[in-house]
Structure formats: C-alpha cells, structure tokens
Design a protein around this ligand. Sequence first.
Ligand SMILES: O=C(O)CCC(=O)C(=O)O
Ligand SMILES: [Fe+2]
Length: 334
Amino acid sequence: MLQMCNLESYPPVFRHPSASPPQLTTANSMEDSSSSSSVPIPVVDLQRLSQETLGEACKEWGVFRLVNHGIPASLLSKLEEHVRVLFSLSFESKQALVSNPLSYFWGTPVLTPSGDALRGALNLNWLEGINVPLSQLPLFQSEDSRLEDFRHFLEEYGRHLSRIATTLFEAMVKNLNLCPKQSESSLDKSSGFIRLYRYPPRSVVDEACGMMEHTDSSLLSIVHQDQVGGLEIFKDNKWLLVNPISDTLLVHIGDMMQAISDDQYRSVKHRVSVNKQEERVSICYFVFPAKGSVVRSSKYKPFTYTEFQQQVQNDTKTLGYKVGLQRFRLNAPV
Ligand SMILES: O=C(O)CCC(=O)C(=O)O
Ligand SMILES: [Fe+2]
C-alpha cells in the first residue's frame, strides 16, 4: 500500500502504484550493503578547531560531523518546518509558487546552470527538490507571506553556512599547506546554493534508492538531515548509514577540494536510501570555486569549474551518470 499521506503533493510520476525507484545496488561482490547504525564518523568542533582531527577526517573519511557550528537550533527547526510545509503543498502549487530564481525539480539531483532538471535516460531518483541560489535569493518575490518568511529563514541560514564554509576552507588550506592566495581565489561565496529535498516513502520496494550514489562536485557540502535518516557513505568497501544526530551538521569533501588537495582529501561517495514509512527531508548547502578560476593540481589537467560542470552535464545526458574527476586525471587510461 502507498504510505504517502498527501498524494497530490507528490509529482504524478511518484503516485502510480507501480512506479518504483531503482534498488540500491552493491558496487562489487566484496561490498557489504548492510548498514551499521554506529559508524564512528569523526567529529570536528568548529569552536575549537583541531588541525589534526580536521586533517585526518578529510584524508581518511572525506566526511565529518560538525558540532558547535553556531547555528541556533531554533533557526534550523523553523527552516525545516517551512520546508515540510512547502513540500506538502500540491504539486501544481509548488510548480507555480517556486519561481525564478528558485526552481522546483524531481526525479534527479542534476540541474542545468539555469536550474532545469537534467534527467538521465536511466534511473529515476526518488526525490523532489528546490534549488536556491543564495546570491539571487533577494530577487525572489512572493505575495504569499509563508514564502516571505521562508526566504527570510533561508537568507539567515545561508549567511551561517557561508561563514562556516569559509572558516573550514581556510583551516583546510592551512592543513594542506596550500598558498594562502588559494583560499581567496578558490572559494567563491557567491557560488553557494541550498538544495531542499524531500524523499517520499516507498514501502513496496526493499532497499529503494532515493538518490543514486555519487560524489559532490563542490568544494564543500554541508548537510542537515532530519531524524528519519537514510544517508549512506561508502568507506572501506562498505555502505555505512550516517545516523542523524540533532544539532550536528555533516560536512562532505567535494570533487573540487579533492582536486586542489592533490588527492590528499577524499571526495566521499554517498547515496540516500528511501524510508518505508516516513518521508525524509534534508537541507544541503554546496559551495564552489569561482566559475572561471582555474583549478590546478598535480593530479589533474588544469580546468575551470565551468568546464567540469559542462562535462558532468554531458556525461549525465549521454551516459546517464556522472564520471567526475576521472575525466580530468593526468595519465588517465583512455
Ligand atoms: O539528502 C541528502 O542527505 C544528501 C543529498 C546529496 O547528497 C546531494 O544533493 O548531493
Ligand atoms: Fe551529494
């Protein structure tokens, strides 16, 4: 039986009883897909930043939990509440209300630079999302007072995320002994965007996939997930469940950070599984290098983020998935 409570809020393609997300697959026979509930993901304290903990987390894991991040718990809970209310509106209302520069999408997390969904030929990701380019958020106007409040909370949350990303990035630059100029030219605060996601429940399929496995193209990604959980990371040939801990953010190293660290830091592979009973909501932030600045690395050919993004889009269109950094690796097998 379909457990979605508010059926008309879901995109039509998810409502049909026979519609199915793909199942979570195992990448190879060595891989154990069973998830563990007590994964010792490293914890980084933003108020007392330890270079040693940070460096180890980025090198060994490519992901860490962030505590003492300075975001008031009340802001996060109000924002999460607004996200739930917004997603619970009818599909048609969301299409009408979520307008430029925001965009509403479903079935894929890959968007074109103008915010249109880029669905690969292959698999439907069991999610809907709202894309929020932070630098353009002040342009978003709505007569609806709920959306005005929502914009206000997003702006406040965006300011915190930009502060956190800058602090972490500067610490990473130090940790990697990169020249300090790298810090100015590499993290472009105005590139930051927020993705709000809702993953509908799906009871008829075991191990249903909400978001296919991938690495983020960003420098850094900062994730807040609700208490439902479902995010999994790939480590030592195993998929590990990242159980939610309230008031704790999750920071992922992205592809751009892996490149500028000369592969010392790991862009962590992750995915999202679908809960059988409850919908899941997450609020994710991504930040990038300035589009035109050249990413230099001893491991990759020099490239700009624009070129990287273009390649990801082409691969998604033609192959159905992202190849990523491998496309730019020096001496990559042809
Ligand atoms: O929903 C989540 O927790 C993760 C989303 C994600 O991995 C992404 O948008 O790249
Ligand atoms: Fe991701």
